[in-house]
Design a protein. Structure first.
Length: 364
């Protein structure tokens, strides 16, 4: 036999083995079927029927239990969704509630002639702000965003930082605050659309306007959410002062401290899938859409992160996490010694002004 014939023989043998496989499988199947039939030949037909009924009942009970679990989870998840907006966060977080106190901003609008402006958001909600136009027409503006349970009055001390650089300044009331529509804080569910409305307002005044966004506390978180959006990519810069990193982690920590009951934290973990389902059903969003840490990872505009090292409401580790994960190719982090939550300006105003102005001027 030649060498080539040996290879052909191996090939034929292998093919014959594969060809025999279907016959072997059929033989095994028939053998097993025969043995099973022989085993049940001695079982009374009534017993077989009875066993089948029990199995059907068992399956039905399992399906009913799963359905009840899903319904209960859905109900609890929807309740958790409602609590996100209706919970007394001022008490849970231990902060003062000044969101409807507008006496200061109204007095300053009247005194200095600042323009009171109103724009509609995408869903028709009325949004309110105060606009201070620069006299030098240099095509630059900044949007200032206040903290939780505050209003645009909180932004007044920050306005001069930008006015000194020739910027027009737009101080806005977040949804559910000040004179803007919405009964409760929104936690970022509609803030992308709301900021789009304010950007459109500025672009209508000057199509060449270069726009930055400076947020404090909740406003900083909203700025970071916007930085990761498609529309937010066009912003000139972002300044995030005292932002939280994760909405869920913020809620877990503060609810635990507020109630002292760690079972609630376990309940939050169990309910998380149902809560996210309710969030998606109501708003077509998931928790990652409301997390500054996740969204700022997609940012491409320059970013300055500021935080107080003595902040007990949102420890400065959140700022370090945000800085580490931010996708901005140009990013800076500055921590203020001895400053509590949003107290950097009060603790060291000159240093705050210097860092912000140095950062912004470096982009011109």
């Amino acid at each position: 036999m030649e060498c080539g014939d040996e290879g052909n023989t191996d090939t034929i043998a292998a093919f014959s083995s594969y060809a025999a496989l279907p016959f072997l499988i059929v033989m095994i199947k028939e053998t097993l079927t025969l043995r099973l039939n022989q085993r049940f030949l001695n079982v009374h037909p009534f017993e077989v029927y009875h066993m089948g009924c029990l199995w059907s009942l068992f399956k039905g009970l399992i399906y009913m239990a799963l359905l009840a679990l899903l319904l209960a989870g859905g109900f609890a998840g929807n309740m958790a969704y409602e609590e996100l907006f209706h919970a007394p966060w001022d008490q849970i977080l231990g902060i003062e509630n000044h969101r409807r106190d507008l006496s200061q901003i109204h007095a300053m609008e009247n005194r200095y002639g600042w323009q009171s402006v109103t724009v509609p958001s995408e869903d028709g909600t009325r949004l309110k702000g105060s606009y201070i136009e620069s006299g030098n027409r240099n095509h630059r503006a900044v949007i200032l965003l206040h903290g939780l349970y505050q209003n645009r009055s909180m932004c007044v001390p920050y306005a001069d930082i930008y006015r000194e650089m020739g910027y027009s300044v737009l101080m806005v009331d977040l949804r559910g605050h000040g004179e803007s529509g919405g009964e409760y804080p929104d936690w970022g569910v509609h803030d992308i659309e709301d900021l789009n409305a304010w950007v459109d307002f500025l672009k209508a005044k000057d199509p060449s306007m270069q726009i930055g966004i400076h947020g404090i506390s909740l406003g900083a978180a909203m700025a970071l959410l916007y930085s990761g959006s498609k529309e937010g990519e066009t912003m000139k810069f972002y300044v995030a002062d005292s932002s939280y990193a994760s909405l869920m982690e913020l809620g877990r920590e503060k609810i635990m401290r507020y109630t002292g009951d760690d079972r609630l934290v376990l309940g939050m973990d169990v309910l998380n899938p149902f809560f996210q389902a309710a969030l998606f059903v109501h708003d077509r969003k998931l928790l990652r859409d409301l997390d500054p840490l996740v969204q700022s990872a997609k940012a491409r505009s320059p970013l300055l992160i500021l935080h107080g090292k003595s902040d007990t409401l949102i420890p400065y580790g959140a700022a370090e996490d945000l800085f580490s994960e931010a996708g901005s190719p140009r990013k800076e982090l500055y921590l203020f010694q001895g400053a509590g939550h949003t107290m950097e300006m009060a603790t060291n105003g000159p240093a705050y002004r210097e860092h912000v102005q140095k950062f912004v001027k470096s982009l011109q």
